[in-house]
Design a binder for this molecule. Structure first.
Ligand code: R5P
Length: 300
């Protein structure tokens, strides 16, 4: 059987190179870009006939990529790919998981339906599963969810003396509790009320007991950073040390990164599911392991 090809979307070439090296797989090329009028151009530059193709495309800023993904998947099938898998280190559109107000689209469902029609399987890292317990509730293709928790716990263990993990809201509890257990550190979770996109209020904790420790905020996503910023303010008001802010996925919409720094974050650390200067935790090994299980290397 021919080896599968790894085909990176623009911006994913380095990760594709690292994955290809780890798995001894070839890298395929496609040209995907926007015309000046915003329409999408796609050209397949590598023959794919008779081969499985692993498309590597993180789905942050999903609207800029979904047409390219649609055209590419059509093209791959037309030119004879036997199977199309999608590795999306970050899976977008997971937070609109209910109708918060009358008339709103539940875009997580619509996006899942769309993606399920384009590729044959999906691998992703820590998708925002809050009201859904599994991707199977909205995706009709097989999906595999990988977790960055152990890599994050190792980073904390190696870099932060006497940490106390802090989750900014109940939704973060699943990540914080797991990371804390693996890092052997205590944790606490705050309550959050979101009044608007950039208007977030956090409250609560019994932080006194942890004042000598370094607070480590852990969340799945930093988008506008307002959840983290409010939490940083809350910790400052509670006379805690400047916190280390960690997220699996650093989206950093607009000036979010600078705003979080200015708010008093001690340091900001993310995994490389989304390329950003704050990347300090590498998840390529996690993806490589999953792909090696899916496509075991042929016996010599
Ligand atoms: C929401 O529940 C998530 O876990 C994050 O807390 C949230 O998405 C972060 O968004 P932002 O950075 O815009 O506050």
């Amino acid at each position: 059987m021919m080896k599968p090809l790894i085909l990176p979307f623009p911006g994913h070439e380095n990760m594709a190179h690292d994955l290809a090296a780890a798995l001894s797989l070839p890298v395929a090329r496609a040209t995907i870009r926007h015309f000046p009028d915003g329409e999408t151009f796609v050209r397949l530059d590598t023959p794919v006939k008779g081969r499985a193709v692993i498309v590597l495309c993180g789905l942050h800023d999903p609207d800029s990529k979904i047409m390219g993904l649609m055209f590419l998947s059509d093209l791959l099938r037309e030119f004879g790919a036997t199977e199309i898998g999608l590795v999306a280190p970050y899976l977008g559109y997971m937070r609109q998981d209910k109708r918060f107000h009358d008339g709103e689209a539940i875009t997580s469902r619509i996006f899942a339906r769309l993606l399920s029609g384009l590729v044959d399987w999906l691998v992703t890292i820590d998708p925002h599963l809050h009201r859904y317990h599994s991707l199977d509730e909205i995706y009709t293709i097989p999906s595999q969810v990988l977790h960055a928790t152990s890599a994050i716990a190792d980073w904390i263990h190696d870099n932060v003396p006497d940490p106390v993990l802090v989750g900014p809201d109940e939704e973060s509890n699943q990540w914080v509790a797991d990371v804390a257990r693996r890092a052997g550190a205590p944790f606490t979770v705050l309550s959050k009320i979101r009044h608007g996109d950039r208007d977030v209020e956090v409250s609560n904790p019994e932080l006194d007991a942890f004042r000598q420790r370094t607070p480590v905020l852990v969340d799945d996503i930093i988008s506008t950073a307002h959840t983290m910023i409010e939490t940083v303010h809350h910790l400052r008001d509670a006379a805690m040390k400047a916190p280390v802010c960690i997220a699996v996925h650093g989206i950093f919409a607009g000036d979010a990164y600078q705003e979080l720094k200015d708010a008093g974050a001690g340091c900001i650390v993310t995994t490389n599911t989304i390329t950003h200067p704050s990347n300090a935790i590498d998840i390529v090994g996690l993806i490589a392991k999953a792909l090696a299980e899916r496509y075991p290397p042929a016996a010599p």
